[in-house]
Each structure stands twice: as structure tokens, then as C-alpha cells.
Design a protein around this ligand. Structure first.
Ligand code: SAM
Length: 240
């Protein structure tokens, strides 16, 4: 899979060198390319923003650098993937469609995603119109119902959620099957050894007896029941 990120703050993406995503890069399962939007601004100050037309607070990202940057990224990706290759261009945006596990699954099957990180008040609307007219496939994706300062943190989260679903990235693929949101429910409670643990306050805390029974059917039934109860308690909206 190829992922391009256009940003003003490439340093934000440094954690993608680490852990399983970093290993996926080293193993050749993920090619990550970070581009500085300012390379596509041509005035002396490499300006990428200006005041909002119509008035209002803050600054808006200019359309010119974005159109040029995305054209250049598409051309660079096609040089690697072939002339017919078409990326999904994702704009992290609090006013976008909520990004969910189903989105991560669908996008993990895409060979190429380009993330475009907004800053300030956001990006001039004509960039989206331009991309639509050029026949590009565009998605606006929200990390949640709150506002971040920029798209980079959303790209970190989305990239991790997507790339861990690419075959070969997580060593034990079975661990991706029974986890929260894989089947619409939250995961059941987890325990490890010792079976009987004395907490720092002296209280002895035992794992539920059923998990020590060795009876796989009983264990599966208990876990299913716990998943449902936990979802009902914490996220009744998922059951609805
Ligand atoms: N003025 C915008 C609004 O009210 O919808 C908020 C702009 S925000 C300060 C700057 C950038 O951060 C956005 O363009 C987007 O790239 C990113 N961003 C902020 N919150 C986000 C969220 N919940 N999900 C994804 N991206 C977000």
C-alpha cells in the first residue's frame, strides 16, 4: 500500500516510524511519502493561507498550493504505481463523515491513499470542486465530534487503523477478528496470568472461574455475554 501525506508539519508524522507501522514500512508493506505543502507556494514567504473572503476570524488555506501539491503527488504516485493508478484523496475534516472501523477495513484494501492535512480554519472550498471536476475520488473523514488544530493527528490515527488491517502487518491475524468494533460490539474483559493477583492494597483479585475451566464453549458463551453487556452499558448507540 502507498500512502502520501501533504502537510505543513511533516514532523507530526514521525511516530509512523515506530512499532508495527514502522515495521510494515521496513518490510515493504507500506510506502509512506510525506510532502510539504509550502513547496507548492511560490511567493517569497511561501504563503499558503489568507484571510477569509466575506470576513470572519482566522485564516483559510489558499487553493493554488493545494491544487498544485495534489497534482504533483498524483503524478509521483503514478510514476511508481502505473499511469492508470487513482488514489483515494482523504481530507481529515471535523465536518466530514465519521471514520469508523468499517472505513478502516474498506480503505485497507485500497492500494493508494493520499491524505491532505488542513490547518487554520480549513481549505478553500474550490479545491474540492476542482478535484471533483478532475474526476478525483475524494473523501472527507472526521476522527470524532471535536476540533483538532490540524489534520495530522487524524492522519496518524487513521493510518494506524487502516494499515494494521493490511494482511501481514499484524503477526496474528486472529487478533483482528475478535476485537472491539469488528462485529459491532465492544470486546469482552481481558485477563492474563497470574490467575490470582494480590493488588497493592492487599485485595486478592481472581480471574473469572469460567476462563480457567478449559471449556471452550463455556468460555465463548461467557465472552459473548460480556461483550453484549459491556456494549449495552457503554455504547447503547451501537446496539440500536
Ligand atoms: N473551521 C473548521 C470547522 O469548523 O469545521 C475547523 C478547522 S480545524 C481548526 C483545522 C484542520 O484540522 C481541519 O481542516 C482538519 O484538517 C483538521 N481537523 C480538525 N478536527 C478534526 C477532526 N475531528 N477530524 C479530522 N480532522 C480534523
Amino acid at each position: 500500500m502507498r500512502i502520501d501525506v501533504v502537510t505543513l508539519f511533516g514532523e507530526y508524522l514521525a511516530p509512523l516510524e515506530l512499532s508495527l507501522i514502522g515495521k510494515a514500512r521496513r518490510d515493504g508493506l507500506l510506502g509512506l511519502h510525506v510532502h510539504d505543502l509550502r513547496d507548492f507556494a511560490h511567493d517569497r514567504h511561501r504563503t499558503v493561507d489568507d484571510t477569509p473572503v466575506g470576513g470572519g476570524a482566522g485564516m483559510v488555506m489558499k487553493p493554488g498550493p493545494w491544487a498544485e501539491a495534489l497534482d504533483a503527488v498524483v503524478a509521483a504516485g503514478r510514476a511508481e504505481l502505473g499511469e492508470g493508478a487513482e488514489p483515494l484523496i482523504v481530507f481529515p475534516n471535523p465536518a466530514g463523515t465519521p471514520f469508523a472501523q468499517a472505513t478502516a477495513h474498506a480503505w485497507s484494501e485500497r492500494p493508494w491513499i493520499v491524505f491532505a492535512c488542513g490547518r487554520y480554519e480549513g481549505i478553500d472550498e474550490r479545491v474540492y470542486e476542482h478535484l471533483a471536476d478532475a474526476g478525483r475520488e475524494v473523501a472527507l473523514a472526521s476522527l470524532g465530534d471535536y476540533v483538532l488544530n490540524g489534520g495530522e493527528v487524524a492522519v496518524l490515527a487513521m493510518t494506524e487503523a487502516i494499515v494494521r488491517l493490511v494482511p501481514g502487518v499484524v503477526g496474528n491475524a486472529a487478533s483482528l477478528v475478535e476485537e472491539s468494533h469488528s462485529d459491532g460490539l465492544l470486546e469482552y474483559p481481558l485477563y492474563t496470568k497470574p490467575a490470582s493477583w494480590t493488588a497493592p492494597d492487599g485485595t486478592v483479585r481472581d480471574v473469572p472461574e469460567v476462563l480457567l475451566s478449559g471449556n471452550h464453549e463455556r468460555i465463548a458463551a461467557w465472552r459473548a455475554e460480556q461483550s453484549l453487556a459491556r456494549t449495552r452499558e457503554r455504547r447503547p448507540d451501537l446496539l440500536a
